[in-house]
Ligand binder design. Structure first.
Ligand code: HEM
Length: 436
């Protein structure tokens, strides 16, 4: 994976693939992501297949897929509640409630096996991810971690999975082929339709509750805030949907890999547990202000995202002018895909790049190239959910380690990552949870 792809997708066609020499990879990331003076960075060409096809969908596109002023407007509204550290800290109580349910679920699952083995933990963490982001969006719970999961929840998660699997295929197929082999595109649309219905359903329930109580509630949760900005309700539904789907696989995958690596590195697990217990001084439930004082916790998650960046590649289109990177001229309007997975495992930037060494992020050793590992992207278009994701991961990891010793499956083998648009475990991750 030691190269970058520059792709033009149909129907702009003239599809071409340029393999850029290794030495340009991080320079390329910098050159492309740092485009100064681009007010609204874009990931897609206006004429890319994906944009054209998305235009056929019944709902308006939102923060992840929109561009220009439309994107800028939603980004600044959401940014106030998702990017400001103080605003994000306030979600810790509601997220801790979700973590409590996750612990109860893990207890239940481990008791079903004589050795405390929980199979396919990513599957459990999908529901945790969905419940977590729902709690932030709706400040209420949708039952993903109940013993009996609502069928619509599983269908939503399944729709996300299928949508991601089909994203690459539907992007790569030219429009005329979609008309001949319509199944992938039809299924792709059905997934989006269902996800939008789900987002709309929960937003409407909440909206109705507010009307019924008749109280002027503080803008505590994201959906409430969004629905009071004078945006068309269709825009609110589609943004809620995109935030919901962005919070599921990202959290599930990162939490799964974190526990996978900690189970295989008991010395790091013990040191991290020690840090948690020291900061908490006997308290059982950390607050946002506590996890902020845990450098090893931050280093563990950074290292996990370096090895397993859940979004392994990012994209930009520079529409204003051609740019030069090293010896290459990249024509304007080229869709440039930057492979972060490659740079973050490049031995020129990280010693022992395939090893899990969280301490590389601490102390003297932390002077890595700033663009070598950028799991949340960089700049104006970087991940808007980053702070919420980090808080959720820190709160979950801290409490899992307080309650359990996590060990590898005694019968298990090493698990590799694979891409499914997102980077996911290639085979199920099974772990033993031993009660402390
Ligand atoms: C470990 C967890 C996560 C990782 C590694 C991650 C990574 C990313 C990356 C790489 C991007 C593209 C950035 C760019 O183009 O420069 C992105 C965008 C985005 N992420 Fe995340 N993400 C995570 C969790 C979340 C969560 C929990 C949410 C929702 C609360 C979220 C919402 C979004 C949204 C809405 C965008 C699009 C932002 C825009 O286009 O302005 N992400 N994320």
């Amino acid at each position: 994976m030691g190269f970058l792809h520059l792709l033009w997708f149909p129907p702009t066609v003239q599809s071409h693939l340029l393999q850029v020499n290794y030495s340009y990879s991080v320079c390329m990331c910098m050159a492309v992501l740092q485009r100064i003076g681009v007010p609204t960075p874009s990931r897609l060409t206006k004429v890319s297949v994906r944009t054209c096809l998305i235009a056929e969908l019944p709902f308006s596109i939102s923060i992840i897929c929109s561009e220009g002023e439309e994107w800028q407007c939603v980004r600044s509204l959401l940014g106030k509640h998702m990017l400001r550290p103080r605003a994000v800290e306030t979600y810790d109580v509601v997220l801790n409630g979700v973590v409590s349910d996750l612990l109860a679920k893990l207890q239940l699952r481990r008791r079903q096996s004589a050795s405390g083995l929980v199979t396919d933990i990513a599957d459990e963490f999908y529901r945790f991810g969905l419940e977590g982001i729902s709690s932030v969006l709706f400040e209420s719970r949708i039952g993903c971690l109940e013993p009996h999961i609502p069928p619509e929840t599983d269908r939503f998660i399944q729709s996300i999975n299928t949508m991601f699997i089909l994203t690459l295929l539907t992007m790569a197929m030219p429009g005329w082929l979609h008309r001949i082999f319509s199944k992938p595109w039809d299924t792709f649309c059905q997934c989006w339709d269902y996800m939008f219905q789900f987002g709309e359903h929960y937003t409407q329930i909440l909206h109705q509750e507010d009307i019924d109580t008749g109280e002027e509630v503080e803008g505590r949760y994201l959906t409430y805030f969004l629905s009071r900005q004078g945006l068309p309700m269709k825009t609110v539904y589609s943004n809620v949907t995109e935030l919901l789907l962005a919070g599921v696989d990202t959290i599930s995958s990162t939490l799964s890999w974190s526990l996978y690596e900690l189970s295989r590195h008991p010395e790091v697990q013990n040191a991290l547990r020690g840090e948690v217990l020291t900061v908490l001084k006997g308290e059982k439930t950390p607050r946002a202000t506590d996890v902020a004082k845990m450098p090893l916790m931050k280093a563990v998650v950074k290292e996990v995202l370096r090895l397993y960046p859940v979004i392994p590649a990012n994209a930009r289109v520079i529409a204003e002018k051609d740019i030069q990177v090293g010896d290459y001229i990249i024509p304007k309007n080229t869709l440039i895909t930057l492979c972060h997975y490659a740079t973050s495992r490049d031995r020129r930037y990280f010693s022992d790049p395939d090893k899990f060494l969280p301490r590389r992020w601490l102390g003297q050793e932390q002077s890595h190239h700033p663009y070598a590992s950028v799991p949340f992207g960089v700049g104006k278009r970087s991940c808007i959910g980053r702070r919420i994701a980090q808080l959720e991961l820190y709160l979950a990891l801290a409490r899992i380690l307080i309650h359990f010793e996590v060990k590898p499956d005694p019968q298990g083998e090493a698990v590799c990552p694979m891409t499914r648009t997102l980077l996911v475990p290639k085979s199920p991750i099974n772990l033993q949870f031993i009660e402390r």
